[in-house]
Design a protein around this ligand. Sequence first.
Ligand code: SF4
Length: 363
Amino acid sequence: MTDNQQAAEKGGMPAQGDSALGDRLHVCVGYSCNNNCIFCMESDRDTRFLRLKAQTPEDVRRMMTLDPDAREVMFTSGEPTLHPQLPEYIRMARDIGFPTVGLITNGRRLAYKPYARELLEAGLNHLLVSVHGPNARVHDMLTRSKGSFAQALAGLANMASMRDEFPGLMVHTSYVVNTYNYKYFSEFFDAMRPLRVDQHVFNVMMPDGRGSQNIDTLMARYRDIAEAFRAFSAGLSTEGLSKVFLLDIPYCTTTGLPDQVRGYVERYFHYETGGTVSFGNSGAEQARPGNDGTLMQLSALAGEGSDYDRVAKGVHDAMLRVKRDECAACGFETVCRGVFRSYIERWGWDEFQPVRKDASQGA
Ligand code: SF4
């Protein structure tokens, strides 16, 4: 059952985080990237390179064994397929016992079929491939990497060709929605049809990192995105509708959409090697500034002197988002994280009107 179907079966809105498949641990391993996306949230690439280059296989193993409740691991950050030990890490995750072992990737290296097969044989069973347009013109412009679209599609085609051999594999795409691509949802969906993709996740761009630096040219209005998505989803079959999901957009702007495609933000956590924070009690939660100046939520997992800081995105988001007094009357108030402050500073509150509580209970 897809995430959308699960949400629909519950008879209501997908609550915040419902799109995540269980408790998702992100393990950052990609210290570099062969794309150069204009909206990349990881703006401090030098720090990332130094931190992840120093990370050892033992670090990765320990991160994957710290939280017994984690059910899914996703290798990410930069481009994880550029890390020479990725197959080893995937095998490690499978042997530790994660039911779901995933990869967030631009898909380019998957164009090499022996490599794609190696990852599947190591235990990869969830793939999230970033494709940001229906064709090379749009995608390569956004990634600023000529040939990236052709390689990503070749990678998806390779995976499709091996689906019968690896029946547990789930393949999702991720499309960062911005001014340059929000009018092409249907074209994108059609371009993906031959590739046996289970779900298309459309993440509205967050004005963070490079997305923040380029907000004036990249940030589309939520109301325009919602209308384009409404027109797109209205033309889908029941099966098609079960495959698409619009995330990272306030609920009050998407009231015209079918409930099953509406979501807010995905939930996950990751660890950073640190040891700079001391914790009084195991399990206590604290917050401190991260390397990029934003606030991170930390949970001590190994007590005083922990080598790893658990980082959740909730506090980071809270720093960047705001609500207004009227939001208190909104039926989505408890699941809504607010609107990016930088968005409100440009366009104001007009498109964010509280939704009646009864209307927010789902159809
Ligand atoms: S709480 Fe405010 S921003 Fe969030 S969905 Fe409701 S009206 Fe919109």
